[in-house]
Design a protein around this ligand. Structure first.
Ligand code: KG4
Ligand code: ZN
Length: 393
């Protein structure tokens, strides 16, 4: 089954095309035919975070070029086009709130034939609603133009699918991928920090979540407090690694919020406030102090995430741990997770995707969509709406 997937929930405009077959847990395999992405991080950097209306505008500009790149990779650009003008009129109706996208899309549909694709998948939440809507309307327009069914995907399910299915071989071309259950997902991104238990594919029990800031959001806010650019995660990570490699002085101590609380919830707002106080006390902030704060903050975040994950592993006899979301691109957190789980002594699989597939992409949406498409779970376009707060369980 060939699935064309679209992801616009935040600040990445992403499209992917996969060919997947088989059953999960036994014979599943897939090939990536095309995968492309355009990040808006630069456009948002001046706001210090993602600005919804800028995201909406940039997605409108980027979607057709990114789709075109996927078609180029998949060798689909040469199919003769025979789009009816009446269909273009219907597409215009769907994209009435995205006129710039319609301009690009009508040119694309007039010049490119219908691809050999079986369904269109799109993220419908969680995320920024103005951003989600651009992808959703684009998906509806493609589904109408090419007469294809639609699959709506939860972005967080995409991260889980990517980590579970896409972490096992570096070339991503997987065969007979399977996972043992219970499976624990540690989801750490700019909008989420969650521990989710699955006893079978596509079933989720929420064990705990952040009560305030997500861990990625804390990375971004702490970076901002120290005058570092958005997105803050990679910047903090770089400073923290330098501090460890060069054995720079280490004196700052930050709290590990809720580390001993007997539950699976997290809180990162207090940690951020502690950083703010430290920054205020050490003005003007020296380079050495910036390195020290970055290192201690990264350690504090890693300690809390790992301690709660270990507790859930023991309580639920977990066989597979998957880690997903942008923060799982963090080298230190990846290493600590590997060390801790190895030292734990169980025969447990730890699956973390390569860093480029830890952050948002459309391949993850295509993989999750295959779950639903094989079960015949297609979406009525009239009912498909952006759901900013969509949750897994
Ligand atoms: O999953 P993602 O790409 O988008 C959301 O769905 O939120 O995650 C983005 C988050 C940002 O907060 C970013 O700072 C963080 O992931 N991030 C990192 C690293 N790379 C990205 N955080 C820590 N270390 C990194 N290397
Ligand atoms: Zn994400």
């Amino acid at each position: 089954m060939r699935i064309l997937a679209i992801e616009t929930s935040c600040d990445e405009t992403a499209v992917a095309l996969i060919d997947a077959k088989g059953d999960f847990g036994s014979t599943f395999s897939y090939t990536v035919l095309g995968n492309s992405l355009l990040s808006q991080a630069k456009q948002h950097a001046e706001y210090g975070g993602v600005f919804p209306n800028v995201a909406k505008r940039e997605h409108q500009r980027a979607l057709v070029p990114v789709l075109g790149e996927v078609f180029r990779q998949a060798g689909l650009l040469d199919a003769p086009a025979d789009m009816q003008e009446s269909t273009i009129v219907e597409v215009e109706h769907i994209l009435e709130r995205e006129p710039e996208l319609f301009t690009h899309m009508s040119q694309f549909l007039r010049s490119t034939g219908k691809p050999p694709v079986d369904c269109i998948a799109v993220t419908h939440g969680p995320g920024l609603e103005p951003a989600l809507w651009v992808g959703i309307n684009f998906a509806k327009a493609l589904a109408l133009a090419w007469n294809l069914p639609l699959v709506a995907v939860n972005h967080m399910e995409g991260h889980i699918a990517m980590s579970a299915l896409g972490s096992q071989r570096d070339d991503l071309a997987t065969e007979n991928v399977s996972c043992e259950f219970p499976l624990l997902s540690l989801l750490i991104s700019g909008g989420h920090t969650e521990l989710v238990l699955s006893r079978e594919w596509m079933h989720y029990e929420m064990l705990g979540a952040t009560r305030d800031d997500a861990v990625g959001e804390a990375f971004d806010k702490v970076a901002r407090l120290m005058g570092l650019p958005y997105p803050g995660g990679p910047e903090i990570s770089r400073l923290a690694s330098e501090a460890r490699e060069q054995a720079l002085p280490h004196t700052i101590v930050l709290p590990r919020p809720m580390i001993d609380a007997p539950n699976y919830d997290f809180s990162f707002a207090g940690l951020k406030t502690a950083v703010r106080r430290t920054v205020e006390e050490h003005q003007p902030l020296s380079d050495a102090m910036r390195h020290d704060i970055a290192r201690e903050f990264e350690d504090a975040a890693a300690d809390v995430l790992i301690s709660k994950t270990l507790r859930a592993i023991d309580e639920y006899d977990v066989r597979t741990v998957v880690v997903g979301g942008g923060v799982s691109a963090n080298t230190h957190i990846r290493e600590r997770l590997h060390e801790t789980i190895q030292a734990h002594g169980t025969e447990m699989a730890l699956l973390i995707p390569p860093p480029i597939f830890a952050t948002d992409n459309a391949l993850m949406i295509a993989l999750a969509a295959y779950f639903h498409a094989t079960k015949g779970e297609f979406q009525d376009p009239a009912q498909l709406v952006a759901r900013g707060n969509l949750s897994l369980a």
